[in-house]
Design a protein around this ligand. Structure first.
Ligand code: C2E
Ligand code: MG
Ligand code: MG
Ligand code: MG
Length: 279
């Protein structure tokens, strides 16, 4: 899993091809401490309606505010949290915190929360979501859960039952990083997702005029529209990509062009300053 999911590992542990067990052990201990000591925090990245560029919601993105390393991004520690099971309490904290923050903002702003397959497979996962909504007072339809194809690979019947239960509560379900997995299309037949997020690798090549990426984006946008699923393009960094995506019929965008992930306090300030309209 370190190889598949820990893209940042080589930066974190300079030059090492694999993590020696004592290095791993140290990281695990540090991560346990991080959760207890409140070193984890959430940044929020806005999602925009493509037509009018209004904010329609935010995605919660986990950060580790490490005492000596500074802000550590999620790709550098989530893989380990998944391996040792720590992702379950961490994910629960993320769910609760994101719901609390979103409930404290004015207006009908949606909040998207990433959920790991390991967290999703916990028997109590749906109950945890229900509890986080109840504790925060956030309306269920304002919460969107982002899962990747990794969630759907195992235990299909159980997974679909959990998705169905969340759907019945009113929680929305998005498929994240669409197009990067093994069988993206097959999963669309099994469950009606509310949103497809087109992976940023496709968006990145759009600006350069890459015909293959354009064809894929076009096909996904057309497919989503005929299945009545919203489409969000991830990682939009320039106007050229923005215009292409709009022309192809994507309805929502996220990316550094329109908004970076920012701490919760900044979001609250944006509301207070009227920079975000509270619909
Ligand atoms: P993701 O859910 O696909 O999130 C999008 C990632 O792309 C974020 O990276 C975001 O900062 C980055 N991004 C957004 N716009 C741009 C852009 O214009 N250009 C570029 N180059 N990047 C952009 P981040 O925050 O480092 O998160 C990486 C991944 O870590 C996420 O990918 C998600 O899979 C995972 N993750 C983040 N927070 C959580 C969490 O609370 N729980 C779990 N289980 N996974 C999380
Ligand atoms: Mg996501
Ligand atoms: Mg994504
Ligand atoms: Mg991604």
């Amino acid at each position: 899993a370190a190889k598949a999911d820990g893209r940042g590992v080589h930066r974190f542990f300079r030059g090492e091809m694999s993590l020696r067990s004592n290095t791993r052990r140290l990281l695990e201990l540090e991560l346990r401490r991080a959760l207890v000591e409140g070193e984890l925090c959430l940044h929020y990245q806005p999602m925009f309606n493509m037509e009018n560029r209004e904010v329609i919601g935010f995605e919660a993105l986990l950060r580790w505010n490490h005492p000596t390393r500074g802000i550590v991004p999620p790709n550098e520690f989530i893989w380990l949290a998944e391996e040792v099971g720590l992702i379950v309490p961490i994910g629960q904290w993320v769910m609760e915190q994101a719901c609390r923050d979103a409930a404290s903002w004015p207006g009908y702003i949606n909040i998207a929360v990433n959920v790991s397959p390991v967290q999703f497979r916990e028997r109590t996962f749906a109950d945890q979501v229900v509890a986080a909504l109840a504790a925060s007072g956030l309306e269920a339809h304002r919460l969107e859960i982002e899962i990747t194809e990794r969630v759907l690979i195992a235990d299909t019947a159980v997974t679909l039952a959990v998705l169905q239960r969340l759907h019945e509560i009113g929680v929305r379900i998005a498929m994240d990083d669409f197009g990067t997995g093994y069988s993206s299309l097959g999963y669309l037949r099994q469950f009606h997702f509310d949103r497809i997020k087109i992976d940023r690798s496709f968006v990145a090549d759009l600006g350069a005029g890459d015909q293959e990426s354009l064809a894929i984006v076009r096909a996904v946008a057309s497919l989503s529209s005929s299945l009545n699923i919203a489409t969000t393009a991830e990682g939009v960094e320039n106007e050229q990509q923005f215009e292409r995506l709009r022309a192809e019929g994507c309805d929502t965008v996220q990316g550094f062009l329109l908004g970076m992930p920012v701490p919760a306090d900044d979001v609250a300030r944006m509301f207070a300053a009227g920079a975000i309209s509270a619909a």
